[in-house]
Design a binder for this molecule. Structure first.
Ligand code: URP
Ligand code: ZN
Ligand code: ZN
Ligand code: ZN
Length: 474
């Protein structure tokens, strides 16, 4: 059956809010109107009392990503299924340029992991770790011919993935001329490394030292430097996982001057703060490891500033940085997970899960609490990432001609978040026990149901690689 009619729902886009029926044919929305009639062989989904959102677009996930000895706990099968249960129908994940290899090989390798495995649509940013003439040429080629128009570079993690300023500047200058964009992980990596070594030398090994050795000022410094490099390169720049007020102020300042600077934050920075790290020093508790991500959790004050910035468009979107590692070694056979750093915080793999909870927690904690409007919610979850990363209007809205990626959401249903009822292969969620109102009921990807009332009805492998156009233009 290729036709579907969704009847009686309340359609929410970044700008609209109205009741109408949606007719879907051959993966696309073909009609939106009142009292649409189903044709022959048309499946009808009743959506009275439901909100209809465009499928979520999460432009920062790490499925089956290798960092040092650790591989993230979700692959493209478990991770995309988990995403779908949370209302996300498109992710942009990463293709890592290994030492001595081309960005084009990285794209091929990433595609081979996701093709015929992913349940939702996907694209990639290439993580650039080495820059030379050929790499720059391959980046241009990736933008023009491979549909991969964004690149991540790290100002942190010296000795593994960190790039120096010259490499970042050269990459920005190249992609800026060809409709691409560099996304930066902004922390001053060499100073962080110095602080880590000093802490360890003093016998500080517990998870809270992860946060103490990555101060907000160093995110601020790197963000400022990244903006200046982008200005010089005459290129747009995007900051991933912005967490600190000290970083935000540089983004605000640049945007106020009309410089094309964009930034995301993540749910963990919006709902948790530094008090989550156990304050007992070198205690027996390894529990704080669940909050080990980079940048680390910040102050309550920073959290409030992030919410304000989301409202005022100083921050443009919310991505998850879904990068799950298990708290228990050996969970589902996964090794080299968080306990790797049981005696040394610097060895705890960095990252937290979040792809399944993003829309629910932001709806409950953002819309219901009055921090953002319903339209702004859709913009942050779907429209802005689609526009910024070259997916719009195929993705990111409910409109005639767009892919029929639709979330049917019950704004009234209350439920409790738990790892036990989630679909990721990781063994925890930061939101364990959180009671929320608002639940994803059904999810359609290009007109096909993936999720229906807590049941998986999709097929692994039905996700497609999405070739993206120019980015950073919005
Ligand atoms: O801690 C984090 N964020 N891990 C994932 C890798 C990255 O830096 O995005
Ligand atoms: Zn990062
Ligand atoms: Zn200590
Ligand atoms: Zn990340």
């Amino acid at each position: 059956m290729t036709n579907t009619l969704i009847r009686g729902g309340r359609i929410i886009t970044a700008v609209d809010d109205y009741h109408a029926d949606i007719l879907i044919e051959n993966e696309k929305i073909v009609s939106i109107g009142l009292n649409l009639q189903p044709g022959a062989n048309c499946q009808v989904i009743e959506a009275n009392g439901m909100l209809l959102f465009p499928g979520g677009v999460d432009c920062h996930t790490h499925m089956e990503n290798t960092f040092g000895p650790s591989v993230t706990a979700d692959n493209f099968q478990s991770g995309t299924r988990s995403a779908a249960f949370g209302g996300t129908t498109t992710i942009i994940d990463f293709a890592l340029q290994n030492h001595g290899t081309s960005p084009l090989q990285a794209i091929e390798r990433a595609q081979s992991k996701a093709d015929n495995v992913a349940s939702i649509d996907y694209g990639f940013h290439v993580i650039i770790t080495e820059v030379d003439k050929q790499v720059l040429e391959d980046m241009r080629y990736a933008i023009r011919h491979e549909g991969v128009s964004s690149f991540k570079m790290f100002m942190a993690y010296p000795g593994t993935v960190m790039s120096d300023d010259a490499a970042i500047f050269q990459a920005m200058r190249m992609v800026g001329q060809h409709g691409g964009m560099v996304a930066l992980h902004a922390e001053n990596g060499t100073i962080v490394e110095l602080l880590i070594q000093e802490a360890l030398a003093q016998g500080h090994t517990s998870p809270r030292h992860h946060a103490l050795t990555r101060p907000a000022l160093l995110e601020g410094e790197a963000t400022h430097r990244g903006i200046k490099l982008a200005e010089l390169a005459e290129a747009p720049v995007y900051f991933v996982h912005l967490s600190a007020k000290e970083a935000l102020k540089h983004v605000v300042e640049a945007r106020d001057l009309g410089i094309p600077v964009f930034a995301e934050t993540c749910p963990h920075y919006l709902f948790f703060d530094e008090s989550s790290y156990a304050d007992s020093d070198e205690s027996d508790s390894f529990d704080g490891a669940r909050f080990v991500m980079s940048p680390p959790l910040r102050s309550k004050e920073a959290q409030n500033a992030l919410w304000t910035a989301l409202k005022t468009d100083d921050l443009q979107l919310i991505s998850t940085d879904h990068c799950p590692y298990c708290m228990k070694e050996g969970h589902l056979g996964k090794m080299n997970q968080k306990p790797l750093g049981a005696n040394d915080f610097s060895k705890i793999p960095n990252g937290v899960p979040g792809v399944e909870t993003r829309m629910t927690v932001v709806y409950d904690g953002g819309v219901r609490s009055g921090r953002i409007s319903l339209n702004r919610f859709v913009e942050l979850m779907s429209t802005a990432p689609a526009k910024l990363f070259g997916l719009f209007p195929k993705k990111g809205t409910i409109a005639v001609g767009s892919d029929a990626d639709i979330v049917i959401f019950d704004p009234n249903e209350k439920h409790t978040i738990s790892a036990a009822t989630q679909h990721s292969d990781v063994d925890f969620t930061l939101f364990e026990g959180h009671q929320v109102q608002g639940k994803v009921k059904k999810v359609l990807l290009r007109g096909k149901l993936l999720v229906s009332d807590d049941q998986w009805v999709g097929k692994a492998g039905q996700g497609r690689f999405i070739s993206r156009g120019e980015v950073g233009k919005w």
